[in-house]
Design a protein around this ligand. Structure first.
Ligand SMILES: Cc1cc2nc3c(=O)[nH]c(=O)nc-3n(C[C@H](O)[C@H](O)[C@H](O)COP(=O)(O)OP(=O)(O)OC[C@H]3O[C@@H](n4cnc5c(N)ncnc54)[C@H](O)[C@@H]3O)c2cc1C
Length: 318
C-alpha cells in the first residue's frame, strides 16, 4: 500500500498534495497497490481524497498538530507507518513535506529520496530525482522495505480519479511534550491573498530590468487588466522591490500559468526552475541574447517601460 501525506488549508487539500496523489496513482498502476492518505486534519477531507483515488484516510485530528509541528508530525507518521506497514510513504515536495520526511528518515534509520519525478517499480525500484532546478536527473536504487519519497513540484497534474469509497480511520499518536519543541501556533493569511502566484492563469514577472519598486506599477496595471498576479526574480525581492513571498524560482514560488510574461529577467537557471512549467512564456527584454529567450514562446526585444505600456494601451483600445 502507498501512504500519502496530505497538506491542507482549512480542510482543503493543497495543489502539491493533489499532484502527489496523481503521482501515487501512476505508481500504484505499476505495483497494484492501494492508496491511503494521512493528514493532520479533519474527517471532512475524506470526500476530496476519494475523488483523487484514496481508499482509506487516516485522520490525525489533534488541534496541536493541525498547523504544523515538524518533529511531532514525523513521530506520528512513523507510528502510523509501524502500524499499517506501507510500502511507500510519499509526501509533497513542500517545505513541510521535505522537513518532516527528513525526520521520519532519521527516526527510522532509512534514506529519504527527495524531488522525485519518476519511479520504475520493477524487481529493483529505480527512482529518478531532479536536481539543480531540473537541469540534472539522478537515478537512485531503493533497497529498503519502506521507500520514503518526496515529490518534485509541478511534475504532474492534480487530476481526479475517484474511487467508490474512502474509509476514514482516526489515528491518535502517542506524543510526548518534547516533540513539540517547534510548533506553529497559528497561520495568518497574507493581506493580498486572493489569487496566488501558484494558481494564477497569468503571471507577470519582473526582474532587475524593472529598475525599482515604483517600476512595478506598470506590471501591476497589466496584471489587473489580464486578471493575473505579479511576481519577481530574486534580484527584485533582495532589493526590496517585491515581498519575498512574490519570488519566482528555485527558492521561491514554482508557477505553472497558462501565460508567463517575463519582463527584464535574464533567465538564470534558478529562475527558470520556478517557471519552466508555464504553458507559454512571453519575454520582454532589451538584450536579444538574454538566455531566457531560448525558453520563450514569444519574445519582444525592447525596453519593458515602453513595451508594457504599449501592450496595455493596445488591450484597452481593443
Ligand atoms: C542558491 C540560489 C538560489 C536562487 N534562487 C532564485 C530564485 O528562486 N529566483 C530567481 O529569480 N533567482 C534566484 N537566484 C538568483 C539567480 O541566479 C539570478 O541572479 C537572478 O534570477 C537574476 O535576476 P534577474 O533576471 O532579475 O536579473 P539579471 O540577471 O541582472 O537580468 C536582468 C535582465 O533585464 C534585462 N533588462 C535590463 N533593463 C531592461 C529594460 N529596461 N527592459 C527590458 N529588459 C531589461 C537585461 O537585459 C537582463 O536580461 C538564485 C541564486 C542562487 C545562487
Amino acid at each position: 500500500m502507498i501512504l500519502v501525506l496530505i497538506e491542507h488549508r482549512d480542510g482543503q487539500p493543497d495543489i502539491p498534495s493533489l499532484q502527489t496523489l496523481s503521482f501515487a496513482r501512476s505508481l500504484a498502476a505499476q505495483t497494484g497497490d492501494s492508496i491511503e492518505a494521512v493528514a493532520f486534519g479533519p474527517d471532512s477531507l475524506a470526500g476530496r481524497l476519494r475523488d483523487h483515488g484514496v481508499s482509506r484516510y487516516h485522520s490525525i485530528a489533534d488541534e496541536q498538530l493541525m498547523a504544523y509541528a515538524s518533529e511531532a508530525w514525523a513521530v506520528s507518521l512513523k507510528q502510523l507507518a509501524d502500524l499499517i506497514s506501507p510500502k511507500v510513504l510519499l509526501a509533497p515536495g513542500s517545505i513541510k513535506g521535505n522537513e518532516v520526511m527528513a525526520y521520519v528518515g532519521a527516526l527510522s534509520a532509512l534514506s529519504v529520496v527527495t524531488n522525485v519525478c519518476q519511479v520504475d517499480a520493477g524487481n529493483d525500484w529505480r527512482v529518478t530525482r531532479s536536481s539543480w532546478g531540473g537541469s540534472l536527473f539522478e537515478k537512485v536504487l531503493i533497497d529498503q522495505d519502506l521507500a520514503l519519497l518526496t515529490m518534485a513540484n509541478n511534475n504532474v497534474e492534480a487530476s481526479e480519479s475517484a474511487v467508490d469509497v474512502c474509509d476514514t480511520v482516526s489515528f491518535t499518536p502517542a506524543l510526548e511534550k518534547k516533540y513539540f519543541r517547534a510548533q506553529v501556533k497559528s497561520l495568518e493569511n497574507p493581506v493580498d491573498e486572493g489569487m496566488s502566484l501558484k494558481t494564477a492563469p497569468v503571471v507577470i514577472g519582473g526582474g532587475r530590468g524593472v529598475g525599482s519598486s515604483e517600476g512595478f506599477g506598470v506590471l501591476e496595471e497589466l496584471g489587473e487588466i489580464l486578471k493575473g498576479v505579479v511576481g519577481g526574480s530574486r534580484v527584485t525581492t533582495n532589493n526590496g522591490w517585491r515581498a519575498h513571498r512574490h519570488q519566482i524560482g528555485l527558492t521561491g514560488n514554482h508557477i505553472s500559468p497558462k501565460l508567463y510574461i517575463a519582463c527584464g529577467i535574464s533567465g538564470a537557471i534558478q529562475h527558470m526552475a520556478g517557471c519552466k512549467n508555464s504553458d507559454n512564456i512571453l519575454v520582454i527584454n532589451t538584450d536579444e541574447n538574454a538566455p531566457i529567450l531560448s525558453h520563450a514562446d514569444y519574445g519582444v526585444i525592447g525596453d519593458l517601460h515602453e513595451i508594457v505600456p504599449a501592450i496595455i494601451k493596445e488591450i484597452k483600445n481593443s
